[in-house]
Design a protein around this ligand. Structure first.
Ligand code: GDP
Ligand code: IMO
Ligand code: MG
Length: 432
């Protein structure tokens, strides 16, 4: 039995979906453990593209078991829509293969409304540039014990009493601060009925599914969402998401003991350059034309919101920090092909702050804002690398860049992705 956790080492969108799909071949169970439909994971198989937000990216492998763990926040309408859209394309998602934890929290319409109202509130409020999916407000209710869980959808009376309590404060806020219509209990109860009918058969004990898989010696793949620099504690707070995006998040968010995770492999996803969506510091960001070139070459527009992603040089300080926080045992480098023909390439190997060189990111964003990246330069390459399947197939310019990346990020390469398709990959390690 092996556990493999796939986590983002940057600001999300590193290509986790592609890699999870690829590794799912050898997995028996694929588990999401945090985040919600703020995630957008794109998989390309046989020329067909699939954008997944909640359903684990192992789903394209027929018959694989998948679970949405207790640490995920679930928007039931999005999950229903995703299951139906997959079915319409011939991908079977059934309660036999997908278990949604009864302890996963529900994103309610009032969470989305609150998320949007805060982002639009204007002067005096910090704008995060969230995905607007209600993620933060849903996690707030979880922490303040006002949340509704997926299991509550199956218990009408408990749902009604908890929902009644949850909307008391929300409605005061909506009426007095944001001028929004109140949430109405009858409407929420009607939603519950519809959600329970569609999702009821999927709701169960995901923790037990995981435990049984571990006891039976099965291979389990944990699919992280977002990335290290968006972690609620270790990211660029407050410009972060509301969950633990590190490998350790799988312990609380799915119920895997740390020792099991530690005996397995932790794969850190590294896009060959850096992108970020939303507000917040980004030391290696490229302004103007150079950033635009990278955005167009890499088609850097959000899977979830369609927003243009901010683009910049690879920041090895950020990745090295992620390696330390998540115990990353190897790196999956993605989108190397995008750097073709972009001339000389740079990687930030350190930051300079007040005359000192830093190897790791400072935790406070005021310090981070004052950091100057210290770059190493590499020759780059002009060849098409999408057909490379071994390191030796890569031109020397690409090899030189990968050698520098490996050295500066501080973990060995496990795989290199040279195109969006499942097969466009150089495998350097076996995972299961
Ligand atoms: P995730 O959120 O980490 O799963 O990443 P996204 O799916 O949001 O963004 C990654 C994008 O890059 C998707 O459109 C993928 O299809 C695409 N992609 C993944 N790996 C590669 C690669 O090696 N080369 C290219 N050109 N595209 C890739
Ligand atoms: P995947 O899994 C990139 C960003 C948002 C915003 C901040 C907070 O596809 O890598 P939220 O809606 O979570 O409250 O927004 O986090 N963000 C992501 N950026 N990829 C993601 O997911 C993201 N999920 C959230 O843009 O800056
Ligand atoms: Mg994404």
């Amino acid at each position: 039995m092996t556990c493999v956790a796939v986590v983002g080492s940057q600001w999300g969108d590193e290509g986790k979906g592609k890699v999870v799909d690829l590794l799912s071949e050898g997995a028996d169970l694929v588990v999401r453990f945090q985040g919600g439909n703020n995630a957008g994971h794109t998989l390309v198989v046989g020329g067909e593209s699939y954008a997944l937000h909640l359903v684990p990216s192992g789903i394209l492998h027929p018959g694989k078991a998948a679970a949405i763990g207790n640490g995920v926040v679930v928007d039931p309408d999005v999950l229903i829509g995703e299951i139906e859209a997959l079915a319409a394309r011939g991908v079977e998602v059934s309660p036999r293969t997908l278990t949604v934890s009864s302890a996963a929290h529900v994103i309610m319409p009032y969470h989305r409304a609150l998320d949007a109202a805060r982002e639009a509130a204007g002067p005096g409020r910090v704008v995060i540039g969230t995905t607007g999916r209600g993620i933060g407000p849903a996690y707030e209710d979880k922490a303040s014990r006002q949340g509704l869980r997926m299991g509550d959808l199956l218990l009408p009376e408990r749902f009604a009493s908890r929902a009644r309590s949850a909307i008391l404060e929300k409605n005061a806020l909506f009426a007095n601060l944001y001028g929004l219509p109140e949430a109405r209990l009858e409407e929420l109860e009607a939603l519950r009925g519809r959600w329970a009918e569609k999702l009821g058969p999927y709701i169960g004990d995901a923790r037990a599914v995981l435990r049984e898989a571990l006891l039976a010696g099965k291979n389990v793949l944990f699919e992280g969402a977002q990335g290290t620099q968006l972690d609620i504690d270790h990211g660029t707070y407050p410009f972060v998401t509301s969950s633990t995006t590190l490998s350790g998040g799988a312990c609380g968010g799915a119920g895997v003991p740390p020792g099991e995770l530690g005996r397995g492999k932790i794969l850190g996803l590294v896009k060959a350059y850096t992108t970020r969506v939303g507000e917040g510091p980004f030391p290696t960001e490229l302004a103007g034309g150079q950033g635009d070139r990278l955005r167009e070459a890499g088609r850097e527009y959000g899977t979830t919101t369609g927003r243009p992603r901010r683009c910049g040089h690879l920041d090895a300080v950020a990745v090295r920090t992620a390696v330390a926080l998540s115990g990353i045992s190897s790196l999956a480098v993605t989108k190397l092909d995008v750097l073709r023909g972009l001339g000389a390439l740079r990687i930030a190997g350190a930051y300079r702050l007040d005359g000192a060189e830093l190897a790791y990111m400072p935790q406070d964003i005021s310090d981070l804002a004052r950091c100057e990246p210290v770059y190493r330069e590499f020759g780059g390459f002009t060849e098409d690398i999408s057909r490379a399947r071994r390191l030796s197939d890569l031109p020397s310019g690409a090899r030189g860049y990968l050698d520098g990346l490996e050295e500066l990020c501080g973990a060995p390469l496990g795989l290199v992705s040279v195109g969006p398709e499942r097969g466009e990959t150089v495998m350097l390690e076996s995972f299961f």
